[in-house]
Ligand binder design. Structure first.
Ligand SMILES: [Zn+2]
Ligand SMILES: [Zn+2]
Length: 260
């Protein structure tokens, strides 16, 4: 059975400093879920735990006290509106959430590809080859951690932020066999793999470059969830058409769905 687009587990509210959009309220997000017949959505504002030292100035302001202002989340009969976070992995491979706080969240998103934060997640002057090395090292590091993987998602693995303007070059430097190894490990941990890329504005060549890691992940038995990563209402409005296209491009079925 074809994968039903019924989830969006990566959504920011106005509380994320990079949103700061009063229109991006929990109520507006719930309406988006209702309008698109979604069953499970999750709020995942940027988060660094105050009990983990080393936050950047930007993350320091986004602790639990800040992001929990979204609670309680509005609910509806047909939709599970969950509370999660998008935490961070710094350049020392320290995760921005302490184990004693895992229980505060229904879902924890870990981005391994946020290499745009010079000095915090990387030096900042790395070339494409070094970034390909970091891509592998950071994903391996997360998969080697003691985490409640049944409620963990790996964010946007083909995200432009890994090397702004050149991310396809980075992906191209990672071999099929390396991706197979990484995604076999991810499938074994039962971690969620996020589908979060703009599939509708691709050239044919770019589309294949972007899809290659996910095709390999699929072959290795990974499970997938959708993440609009919306910071504004326009991002929510654009998600359904993009998600339906990704389902077709990858030939996803209900068996491939990550279930919280
Ligand atoms: Zn992100
Ligand atoms: Zn995000």
């Amino acid at each position: 059975m074809r994968y039903i687009f019924d989830n969006d587990l990566h959504i920011h509210s106005r509380l994320s400093l990079c949103s700061n959009d009063p229109r991006q309220s929990a109520e507006a997000i719930l309406r988006y879920a209702e309008d698109n017949s979604l069953k499970t959505i999750c709020l995942t504002d940027h988060f660094w735990d105050a009990s983990v030292s080393g936050a950047s100035d930007w993350y320091k302001k986004q602790d639990y006290e800040h992001i929990s202002k979204a609670l309680p989340l509005p609910q509806s009969d047909r939709i599970r509106f969950l509370f999660g976070c998008e935490t961070e992995l710094d350049r020392n491979l320290t995760l921005g959430i302490a184990p004693e706080n895992f229980d505060k969240f229904d879902f924890i998103i870990i981005p391994t590809t946020h290499l745009h934060m010079s000095g915090f997640t990387c030096r900042g002057d790395e070339n494409a080859a070094e970034r390909a090395g970091l891509y592998i090292k950071r994903l391996d590091a997360v998969l080697d951690m003691e985490l409640p993987f049944e409620k963990v998602g790996i964010a946007h693995l083909t995200c432009g932020l890994m090397y702004t303007g050149h991310h396809k070059e980075v992906l191209g430097l990672i071999s099929d066999s390396e991706f197979h190894r990484l995604f076999a490990k991810a499938a074994n941990k039962r971690v969620g793999i996020e589908l979060n890329f703009d599939s509708l504005s691709f050239t044919d060549a770019d589309r294949e470059a972007e899809l290659r890691p996910y095709r390999i992940a699929l072959a290795e038995g990974c499970k997938f969830y959708f993440g609009s990563d919306a910071h504004h209402p326009a991002g929510l409005a654009a998600e359904k058409a993009n998600a339906e296209n990704i389902i077709d491009l990858l030939g996803l079925t209900e068996d491939d769905k990550f279930r919280l």
